[in-house]
Design a binder for this molecule. Structure first.
Ligand SMILES: [Zn+2]
Length: 182
């Protein structure tokens, strides 16, 4: 029997999603991050957790991931994707995708649960100067949209375990599905 290699190209379906979780200390507790880790582990995912030490760490991480030219999925440290959500992003043919989640009571899609395929989106969408973490989502979005890319929105929304947002907006808006309580 003769063996032949049909293709050396990685198939998304066969590959483990490249999931990165940037994290920082939140209110001196690791409880939320533990929930995020547990959720991803339960789905058979092997995320890389990367600690954000400084204001510019998120920017530097994003540039590093972009320069590697491989698709990646960002899951921020308080986002709970439902089972199958990240594999759906990973297998989607679009180069820039995300799930929405509640941000101060409004459903939005920022960087919290997002896939990028840098090789299909051009050069890094961040400006030359390092930017603080609070600003990079809008900068990335603006820059990619200027190149006429549109973020592909998936649904349903994912959970955002941010109780500060919930308290500040006075609405129960952590989880997109409201279950009944008795
Ligand atoms: Zn998509």
């Amino acid at each position: 029997m003769e063996l032949c290699v049909v293709s050396t190209k990685i198939h998304y379906e066969d590959s483990q999603p490249n999931v990165v979780v940037p994290y920082a200390d939140v209110n001196g507790t690791t409880a939320i991050l533990d929930a995020v880790k547990l959720n991803l582990a339960n789905q058979g995912l092997k995320p890389r957790l990367i600690r954000m030490e400084r204001d510019f760490s998120y920017d530097q991480l994003f540039r590093r991931l972009w320069d590697a030219r491989q698709p990646f999925i960002l899951v921020e440290h308080d986002i709970i994707p439902f089972p199958g959500a990240l594999r759906e992003l990973w297998m989607c043919p679009e180069p820039w995708c995300g799930f929405p989640y509640y941000v101060f009571g409004e459903l939005r899609s920022y960087l919290g649960c997002t896939k990028f395929d840098p090789s299909r989106l051009g050069e890094c969408p961040l400006p030359d100067d390092l930017m603080p973490w609070q600003t990079i989502d809008k900068l990335i979005e603006k820059s990619l949209m200027k190149r006429t890319f549109g973020g592909h929105l998936h649904s349903p929304p994912v959970t955002h375990l941010n109780f500060f947002h919930s308290r500040a907006s006075g609405r129960e808006n952590v989880h997109p599905v409201f279950w009944s309580t008795e």
